[in-house]
Design a protein around this ligand. Structure first.
Ligand code: FMN
Length: 185
């Protein structure tokens, strides 16, 4: 699949077939994830693969009420939890280089996007889930203090053709020339 096709046809998938996603396939996705760019090549991303039904149910229980991904958390054969080592991205020695502080979200997002695009190109569906109780997930997964959980990504073969139909803003609303607010197109 051409990269522009992959980017433009990927859509969040929240309904999955029962078919398993073998570890060898997951390994290819992590291969895509690990080649993402990161702050000073610090590669702060960490991933946890969840297949256990009981753990999936407990993780689903941390989602916000009415989260559209609730059923996906147990329907998907696998959940990939994206985490980050704190205090490395955006830091020189132990000092934050910019006023943004820790850049961990930025780096992990790049790597998860690689993973999701690779998954899509291989016929797999994903949805990134960020609306959940972080402290509860910390406990369920036994995360050490230096590791932050960021998103959970149910992954599997899509049960329906095409994902959600989510529109995008026009370039005129998001791209400016020379100064914020000056039209690009
Ligand atoms: C950081 C982040 C957090 C998200 N959290 C959730 C979530 O908790 N539940 C959900 O159903 N979708 C979640 N999504 C998916 C978005 O709703 C979805 O990407 C967006 O509506 C655009 O649709 P598309 O992915 O189909 O293009 C999240 C996406 C991102 C990037």
């Amino acid at each position: 699949m051409d990269i522009m096709d992959a980017i433009k046809t990927r859509r969040s998938v929240r309904k999955f077939k029962d078919d398993d996603v073998p570890d060898e396939v997951l390994a290819e996705l992590f291969e895509a994830a690990r080649w993402a760019p990161s702050w000073a090549n610090t590669q702060c991303w960490r991933f946890i693969v969840i297949r256990n039904k009981d753990v999936k149910e407990r993780l689903a229980g941390t989602l916000t009420p009415k989260n559209p991904a609730l059923k996906a958390m147990t329907a998907a054969p696998v959940i990939i939890v994206s985490c980050a080592e704190k205090g490395v991205s955006g830091f020189y020695r132990s000092d934050a280089v910019t006023s943004h502080g820790d850049w961990l979200m930025f780096d992990v997002a790049l790597s998860v996007q690689n993973l999701m695009l690779a998954a899509h190109s291989m016929g797999l569906g994903t949805v990134q889930v960020g609306a959940f109780n972080v402290e509860s997930v910390d406990k369920i997964l036994g995360l050490p203090d230096n590791i932050a959980v960021l998103t959970m990504v149910p992954i599997g073969y899509p049960a329906t053709e095409g994902g959600s139909r989510t529109p995008r803003k026009e370039l005129s609303e998001m791209v400016f020339r020379e100064k914020y607010g000056e039209k690009f197109l």
